[in-house]
Ligand binder design. Structure first.
Ligand code: ATP
Length: 359
């Protein structure tokens, strides 16, 4: 089992190039989460895989080029954000629909629908119509409709976006369980980084139609290829400050305000360096080597607060348990172990090497 997207691009008649030279190869069963900001081309990518859009490049499924295959001829099933259920059909008929139109025997349909309904906790709802169901139940029907087709590739387009937080968590776990149970590859599009991190065996981070980075969630989080990925794959954003690399009795970055940060890893590098630190990794210290900033906003996060402080024409964000209020002067320190180093011109992670990547 394997899906290969080779230099896949899509330009709409309006001239918008929604997907640019996208390459991806899956090996065996994988749960690929595709994450990126709104408009970066995620849905278009799924539609290309499903055969709902035509583009350039090659799409190969299980060794067969499927560029000219219709959606029905590809072993795919899609689950949409808006469920896309037939309102006048009950749950059973919605789930059975795909099999019915493919001419599957009635008894086989029954076995498959009942089995999917049982797995998804829908056995008691089979005679109800979508309007009589909650959002979570509707999305489970949509999942069931995909499951009964036994596709090799499940394509999910932001399936949980319409649900509230609790339901999202519940269905997230249910989809993860389904993945464990089925012999299928999942391609799951989301703009939610928590979903992307927790569900995927591999994350593909997209921006502006292109792949910015692909790798295991841990690798992408720990070793972002560039500033965009570092910031996007952070729960509260990444702070960036540029300084000069000095090699004077050790290697360190010196910032305009005089603060310094050891950077022995950069001993083979020269020039300016943009240091990136996630908000949860920055600290407020009483005094010492850090950046003097003024608190401009404070947000409560239960036991902790998110502090926004103006610094050098920009803003530093710090997650802290310390009690600070608007107008306070604070010193924000960066830990060397948590710092990522980026080239200020290209935004690339100076220490990121392709061979470090698992993909
Ligand atoms: P979102 O997260 O908001 O759903 P997305 O990452 O899924 O966004 P796409 O829906 O694939 O992004 O859109 C990518 C780009 O292509 C956008 O600029 C969008 O406006 C454009 N686009 C999408 N569909 C069409 C279409 N049918 N015709 C023309 N342009 C389109």
């Amino acid at each position: 089992m394997g899906l290969t997207l080779s230099h896949v691009s899509k330009t709409y008649p309006s001239g918008i190039q929604a997907v640019k030279d996208f390459c991806l190869t899956t090996d065996g069963k994988e749960f690929i989460t595709v994450v990126g900001p709104s408009g970066c081309g995620k849905t278009t990518l799924l539609r290309l895989i499903a055969g709902l859009e035509k583009g350039e490049g090659d799409i190969v499924m299980d060794g067969r080029k499927v560029n000219d295959f219709s959606p029905k001829e590809r072993s795919v099933a899609m689950v949409f954000q808006n469920y896309a259920l037939f309102p006048y059909m009950n749950v059973y008929d919605n789930m059975a629909f795909g099999l019915k139109i493919s001419g599957t025997d009635k008894d086989i349909i029954r076995v498959k629908v009942l089995e999917a309904a049982q797995i998804l906790g829908l056995t008691g709802e089979l005679n109800r119509r979508p309007a009589e169901l909650s959002g979570g139940q509707r999305q489970r029907v949509a999942l069931g409709r995909a499951m009964v087709l036994s596709p090799k590739y499940f394509l999910f387009d932001e399936p949980l976006s319409n649900l509230d937080t609790d339901l999202r968590l519940e269905l997230r776990m249910q989809i993860a369980e389904l993945y464990e149970r089925l012999d299928a590859t999942f391609v799951y599009v989301t703009h939610d980084k928590v979903e992307a991190m927790t569900m995927g065996t591999r994350i593909v981070v997209m921006q502006d139609g292109k792949v910015e980075q692909s790798g295991t969630p841990k690798h992408v989080f720990d070793c972002p290829a560039n500033k965009f990925v570092g910031n996007f794959m952070s729960f509260y954003g990444m702070n960036f400050i540029t300084g000069k690399l000095k090699k004077d009795g050790g290697c360190f970055v010196e910032f305009e305000d005089g603060a310094t940060l050891p950077a022995d890893e950069l001993k083979d590098y020269d020039g300016n360096v943009t240091v990136g630190i996630r908000a949860e990794d920055a600290r407020i210290v009483e005094s010492g080597d850090g950046h003097l900033a003024t608190v401009v906003n404070v947000e409560m996060l239960g036991g902790e607060t998110l502090v926004y402080a103006s610094y050098g024409g920009g803003t530093l964000t710090v997650k802290t348990q310390k009690n600070v209020t608007k107008g306070d002067e604070i010193v924000v320190a960066f830990d060397k172990e948590k710092a990522r180093f980026f080239d200020p011109a290209s935004g690339k992670n100076i220490l990121w090497k392709k061979e470090n990547s698992e993909y």
